[in-house]
Design a protein around this ligand. Structure first.
Ligand code: GLN
Length: 338
């Protein structure tokens, strides 16, 4: 290295140090708290949408439940509203099972087995399976998600299930459990998912017992989480797979970009394009009313509010997350010129 280069390198290092606190300062406590409170106040009274009712237990959840949580990559937790009441994680679980499979079998296994493309169809579409014989879709719609669950390694049902629950718990930073009433209700009414899994097996995508995969999938969807748990799970993705509160590495850092890419492509089902257009954030919704979103390198955010729109995404959660993220500079595509 020439003397000149050394000076430039030193200056660049100094600049990085000088700029970093400025970026962090953008997200100071007061600014974050103000953004959360503003969204909470603005959308608390919003009555649009309706609870999912195709799973009977979900129709009984209080539609007024509304909680917002944000966790920064340096492990600070912010909240507004009810962040302790649990709902079932539902489809948000799909992200973390997909991440497990990526860690165990590599990102290529996901691309090869179910694909990494949007279907343009509802999340439990059978037409989407038929179109490309169970391929050219993704691990965040039901056929791909049940297939991902079938790919989790383990010596049998209990071993697979315990490994899934342990991974989710590491992302959330506490020991999670199943909401048994939701599991029972969904297990009694999941004929469509059983059909989807059987079709995926017929196309050779699921190579283990498809009904066992459906049952483990149903159990993973019934895990209870509150807004704070979900925000910590999102923040772990924002922080290269390392839970910023507990310091535990919950997934391999190298597989986080692919995880976020699938979320950006298909996290809000057939409304994923609209969502990305307005926020730029990889996100995932669940019919229990939760949505997580990830501002890479900055923060994870989650909202729980059960009433859903026609695409199956929480109405209040979409609005609150979009406002908060945009107020905090969360959109990774929005940069200033150098
Ligand atoms: N367990 C639900 C199902 O399979 C999850 C769907 C969702 O959250 N969109 O139907």
């Amino acid at each position: 290295m020439t003397a000149f280069r050394r000076v430039i390198a030193a200056a660049a290092g100094w600049l990085a140090v000088a700029i970093m606190p400025a970026l962090a300062a953008d997200l100071d406590k007061a600014t974050i708290e103000k953004a959360l409170q503003a969204a909470y106040t603005q959308y608390k009274g919003l009555q649009d949408g309706a609870n999912a009712d195709y799973i009977p237990a979900l129709a009984k959840v209080d539609p007024n439940l509304f909680g917002i949580a944000l966790v920064t990559v340096d492990g600070k937790v912010y909240s507004a509203g009810d962040v302790t009441t649990q709902v079932s994680i539902q489809s948000i679980s799909k992200v973390f099972t997909m991440a497990m499979v990526m860690d165990e079998s590599g990102v290529a296994s996901i691309e090869k087995t179910m694909g990494v493309d949007a279907t343009g169809q509802v999340f439990n579409s059978i037409v989407a399976i038929e179109q490309y014989k169970g391929g050219e879709m993704n691990a965040l719609v039901n056929p791909g998600a049940i297939t991902a669950t079938s790919m989790v390694k383990g010596s049998g049902y209990d071993d697979i299930w315990n490994r899934i629950l342990t991974t989710y718990s590491e992302f959330a930073g506490r020991k999670l459990t199943v909401l048994e009433d939701v599991y029972k209700s969904e297990a009694e009414t999941n004929q469509r998912n059983r059909a989807i899994a059987s079709l995926m097996a017929a196309y050779g995508r699921i190579t283990t017992d498809p009904l066992r995969a459906t049952d483990i999938y149903t159990r993973q969807c019934s895990v209870g989480v509150n807004a704070k748990d979900l925000a910590q799970m999102a923040a772990t993705l924002a922080n290269a797979g390392k839970n910023p509160v507990t310091g535990k590495q919950a997934m391999k850092a190298e597989n986080v970009p692919e995880t976020l890419a699938v979320m950006a492509t298909a996290g809000l089902y057939d409304d994923s394009g609209k969502w990305l257009y307005h926020t730029g954030l990889p996100a995932k919704s669940g019919v229990g009313g939760g949505i997580i979103a990830v501002a890479p390198g900055k923060f994870g955010i989650a909202v729980v509010s059960p009433p859903l729109d026609a695409a199956g995404n929480s109405v209040r959660a979409q609005k609150a997350i979009a406002d908060i993220s945009n107020a905090l500079g969360g959109n990774p595509y929005a940069v200033s010129a150098q």
